[in-house]
Ligand binder design. Structure first.
Ligand code: AHG
Ligand code: MN
Ligand code: MN
Length: 339
């Protein structure tokens, strides 16, 4: 009888990684298990949609002045409740909370800091388009007593784990702990994430770009030049035709890039010139940049590698260009030429 291929669950994967590479200490393993469990529960809520009464807008705004959706709040609560009691965390920070959430005194304090965008792609919730959860893990610096916001202000290079869970046609968890990017698909019958792709690699070249074209008139020159050249196609300086995709869920656009290459951009623009960009450094740009780099791609704000940026505040925003390496290098070069 042909031997059935053994499925590797996320739990087994983490245990084996802890044993073999020592990359995942016990507390971090627990943390990743708990985040995955929370994502399963968010996935359930997302799947129920109107039947679960989770669609629509809540009557509140987040710290960045955005109207919250019911699912933004639900996903945030699920992540907090799942993570506060396990003893693996010192504190959490979220796109949907004004300030950090310190683990309450009644629970033991762990050594990690967890940051998340509980529900990325909020504008897609009510129209049944892919959305996701993005997370990033840092170690709390051990030279400070207690925990404060300043402990979170570490460069992306300091991340010890990062990933996202996309709630699409499949629910898929994509993870890095610093030695490549692996992917797990939720098996709903088993109730567990199963390893479905290892060592994801982004091709260095691409013919696909993702940007919100409606902002074109607000971009600066290097950005306009890059996109103009893509649009000029075969007859233009690039000598090839490009294809465009914009899902408006970063998680879904980045997932496509991890699966088949491409470049994603949310650059600074003139609408609100004092803001560095729309996307958030700690909850979106850093985890995604690390995943992309771990898969052989690159990520920049146009001038600097995103992972090298030293955050100055929790909800800091940043200009983002990431994906296939040669395209990101070209973007960097165009920005340098202008400077
Ligand atoms: P969020 O839903 O967490 O606020 O993030 C939305 C972000 C990102 O996911 C997406 O790429 C971008 O905003 C979409 O922006 P536009 O509305 O300008 O297309
Ligand atoms: Mn987001
Ligand atoms: Mn969000």
């Amino acid at each position: 009888m042909a031997q059935q291929q053994q499925k590797i669950s996320l739990t087994r994967y983490l245990v084996e990684k802890q044993r073999a590479d020592g990359l995942i200490p016990g507390q971090l393993r627990l943390l990743l298990e708990v985040v995955a469990r929370a994502c399963k529960s968010i996935s359930q809520a997302v799947n129920k949609g109107a039947l679960g009464g989770v669609l629509g807008t809540a009557e509140s705004e987040n710290v960045q002045g955005e109207i919250q959706k019911k699912l933004d709040i639900i996903a945030n609560e699920v992540l907090i409740e799942a993570n506060e009691w396990g003893g693996h965390l010192a504190a959490m920070a979220s796109e949907e909370m004004d300030s950090i959430y310190v683990v309450p005194n009644r629970y033991p304090q762990g050594e990690y800091l967890l940051m998340f965008d509980p529900l990325d792609g909020s504008s897609n919730i009510d129209v049944n388009v892919s959305i996701g959860t993005i997370f990033s893990v840092l170690k709390k610096p051990d030279d400070t007593p207690g925990v404060q916001e300043a402990d979170f202000l570490q460069a992306g290079t300091q991340q010890v784990a990062a990933g996202y869970c996309i709630y699409g046609p499949q629910t898929t968890l994509v993870l890095t702990v610093g030695n490549g990017v692996d992917m797990f698909t939720l098996d709903r019958e088993q109730g567990s994430f199963v390893l479905t792709q290892q060592d994801i690699q982004i091709p260095a070249d691409t013919k696909e770009f993702a940007i919100n074209m409606s902002n074109q008139r607000h971009w600066d020159e290097p950005m306009k030049r890059y996109i103009d050249e893509c649009l000029a196609g075969k007859e233009g300086p690039r000598g090839k035709d490009f294809n465009m995709r914009w899902i408006a869920s970063m998680v879904a656009d980045v997932h496509r890039i991890l699966m088949r290459g491409g470049v994603f951009m949310y650059p600074w623009d003139k609408r609100e010139p004092e803001k560095a960009g729309k996307l958030r450094l700690m909850y979106e740009a850093n985890p995604m940049s690390w995943l992309v780099e771990q898969a052989g791609g690159a990520a920049t704000n146009g001038k600097q590698r995103i992972l090298d940026l030293k955050p100055t505040k929790l909800h800091e925003r940043v200009s983002v260009m990431l994906g296939s390496r040669n395209e990101v290098e070209r973007l960097t070069q165009y920005h340098a030429e202008k400077a």
